[in-house]
Design a protein around this ligand. Structure first.
Ligand SMILES: Nc1ncnc2c1ncn2[C@@H]1O[C@H](COP(=O)(O)OP(=O)(O)OP(=O)(O)O)[C@@H](O)[C@H]1O
Ligand SMILES: Cc1cn([C@H]2C[C@H](O)[C@@H](COP(=O)(O)O)O2)c(=O)[nH]c1=O
Length: 217
């Protein structure tokens, strides 16, 4: 039985890392074989690419170079970590994936969602998540949350103008309409506990549907 691939998406500060961490902890405590990972990163080469993309000094980076670097880090992360875990039947929970490229590079940077989708098909071999949780929050709210978090390093994309971050959210909302079966929106303005329970329920439903009698818990 192949595993299930679940991704978390949304603008900066939407709460993806907080909520995926809580869900992964719950699943682990209950004996589920879960792998929590992130993009860009999750393995050595992809973390190295992350450092290049997000280094605030790399202000001259071209938009297509940025899109290609995200796609390259995605390929390596899939090949080394995600695909083997899915082959072993695990639950892979990934903080960001292809929809971030479509919203940030495709829509907000203006390359075009279809163009970025095409280069990502080369990187992923056509793999899409079984379920995507989209944490929806206004750009201003998300940015003010991360500004209060002094442990977080400020990256090159955080430093973009507010209009860029508003476009990122618009991009995600376009994707929500394009992939209504796969992407499930959650109101991320609410309290952490509410968001966690809503997201966890959706994840558990997807796990039950996916594994059926071969349920891994
Ligand atoms: N629902 C919430 N209400 C208020 N604060 C929140 C909520 N969710 C997360 N936070 C806080 O907002 C900050 C950003 O959260 P988190 O790192 O989980 O977001 P993120 O979506 O992963 O952000 P990014 O993608 O920019 O790294 C953290 O300080 C976190 O404690
Ligand atoms: C995968 C992916 C990410 N991004 C952007 C989104 C964020 O600004 C950073 C990642 O930082 P985080 O704290 O880990 O969320 O990268 C992107 O523009 N395109 C992508 O494909």
């Amino acid at each position: 039985m192949k595993g299930i691939f679940i991704t978390a998406e949304g603008p900066e500060g939407a709460g993806k890392t907080t909520i995926t961490g809580m869900i992964a902890a719950h699943l682990k405590e209950n004996g589920y074989p879960v792998v929590l990972t992130r993009e860009p990163g999750g393995i050595k080469i992809a973390e190295q690419i992350r450092h290049i993309i997000l280094n605030p000094e790399n202000t001259e980076m071209d938009a297509r170079t940025e899109a290609l670097l995200y796609a390259a880090s995605r390929r390596q992360h899939l090949a080394e970590k995600v695909l083997p875990a899915l082959e072993q039947g695990r639950i892979v929970l990934c903080d960001r994936f292809i929809d971030s490229s479509l919203a940030y590079q495709g829509y907000a940077r203006g390359i075009g969602i279809e163009e970025v989708y095409r280069i990502n098909q080369f990187a992923t071999g056509g793999l899409l998540p079984d379920l995507t949780l989209y944490f929806d929050v206004e750009a201003e709210t998300g940015l003010s949350r991360i500004a209060k978090n002094h442990n977080r390093e400020v990256n090159r994309l955080d430093l973009e103008a507010i209009d860029f971050h508003r476009k990122v959210r618009e991009g995600f909302q376009i994707l929500l309409k394009r992939f209504p079966e796969r992407i499930h929106a959650i109101d991320a303005n609410k309290e952490v506990e509410y968001i966690y329970h809503t997201a966890l329920q959706k994840v558990l439903d997807a796990i039950f549907r996916h594994y059926g009698k071969n349920f891994p818990g």
